[in-house]
Design a protein around this ligand. Structure first.
Ligand code: SF4
Length: 376
């Protein structure tokens, strides 16, 4: 079973923290969607007839697609790929796009999961981050999605926002819980150099919370979602029973996926591939029938590092027997040596054949994983 990821590289406006690939010039959206359909057709054999288990429309902002554009992409997938085993079809949406007609149209599509870019329930934060919606829209769109029969709703929330107090963060989490959504993805704000926030930080114009405050916000999130019955199954992801995000879980398990659209990444066992992140070049080359991507063959070390990084972030941890079988004893020895200090100070633990993070180790997940990397 494999996945398909479709990248829609358009946004109404640039959020101050975002370094994804997108354009705010929407005039050629229709042309780009036609090109996506063409790429889907040209690459229909790359998954070697593997049935598609998940489809994910990300971006950018997929909710900017009009019904005709959305249908064209969906129809192309359904025509050229085996979707007999399709379980999850996610579309990322922004609250300001989720108008009644848009939701009504969605009813006629196979989309069964919305991932909504709420980010915060405070207008002050939304303004600071230059989001295109207001807090009130975030609240009403979730209710409207539910009333329109969307089975699974996930919302994104950001913590570590400049000026955010622990009390405001608690209020944000509580609002998310009161909305009774099935899934929450929550990320700490990271400052990327080529963003407005990056620029502000270089000019000392950004007052970010200190590490200690961020840690408190992270653990408050764990506590509140845990009390509400959410399973913290990946560092940034929380789900009610049976509502894990299957598409992302398959990424972490190393399953194949085909990434379509400018800047989209694909993964096939041992190979990572990424499309050109330039909309005009993408359209131009595809119009000539040329696929424009770069490819990297992952070395054994790369594959091990990726396995450790993704596995350690999940509640299932990393499987030591699998590492021994797949990579060999040398990698087990290296892992035990590199993680000995973390075992000693109880940031990780071994349960049966699994090595997993302890609650206090969760905040340090990425640092612990990189300590275990094997470098060429
Ligand atoms: S809407 Fe999403 S993809 Fe677009 S700029 Fe904002 S965060 Fe980035």
């Amino acid at each position: 079973m494999a996945g398909i990821y479709i990248h829609i590289p358009f946004c109404k406006q640039a959020c101050n923290y975002c370094n994804f690939h997108f354009s705010t010039v929407l005039s050629y959206k229709e042309k780009l969607v036609e090109t996506i359909a063409k790429e889907l057709f040209l690459r229909k054999n790359e998954l070697r007839s593997e049935p598609i288990e998940t489809i994910y429309f990300g971006g950018g902002t997929p909710s900017l697609l009009n019904p005709k554009e959305l249908d064209l992409i969906i129809d192309t997938i359904y025509k050229h790929y085996d979707i007999s085993g399709l379980k999850e079809f996610t579309l990322e949406a922004n609250p300001d796009d989720m108008k009644p007609e848009w939701l009504q149209n969605l009813k006629g599509t196979p989309v069964n999961r919305l991932s909504i870019g709420v980010q915060s329930f405070e207008d002050e934060h939304l303004k600071l981050m230059n989001r295109a919606h207001l807090a009130n829209e975030a609240l009403t769109c979730i209710e409207a999605a539910r009333n329109n029969g969307i089975e699974q709703i996930s919302i994104d929330l950001i913590y570590g926002i400049p000026g955010m107090s622990l009390k405001t963060w608690e209020k944000n989490i509580q609002k998310a819980l009161d909305l009774n959504v099935e899934h929450i993805s929550s990320y700490c704000l990271t400052i990327e150099p080529k963003t407005v926030f990056g620029h502000q930080q270089r000019n000392s114009l950004l007052r970010l919370p200190c590490e200690e405050d961020i840690e408190k916000q992270f653990f408050t999130l764990l506590e509140k979602t845990g009390e509400a019955g959410f399973d913290h199954y990946e560092i940034s992801n929380f789900a009610k029973k049976d509502f894990y995000a299957l598409h992302n879980t398959n990424y972490w398990k190393g399953k194949s996926y085909l990434g379509i659209g400018p800047g989209a990444h694909s993964y096939f066992p041992g190979i990572r591939q990424w499309n050109v992140a330039n909309n005009q070049k993408y359209i131009q080359e595809l119009s000539l029938g040329n696929l424009v991507y770069e490819q990297e063959k992952l070395s054994k070390n790369d594959q091990f590092n990726e396995y450790v990084m993704t596995g350690l972030r999940t509640k299932w941890g990393i499987n030591l027997t699998e590492i021994e079988n797949q990579f060999g004893q040398k990698y087990i020895d290296s892992l035990r040596k590199d993680l000995a200090p973390y075992l000693e100070n109880k940031k990780v633990k071994i349960e049966g054949q699994y090595l997993i993070l302890t609650p206090s180790g969760k905040f340090l997940a990425d640092g612990i994983a990189s300590a275990a990397f094997v470098i060429d």
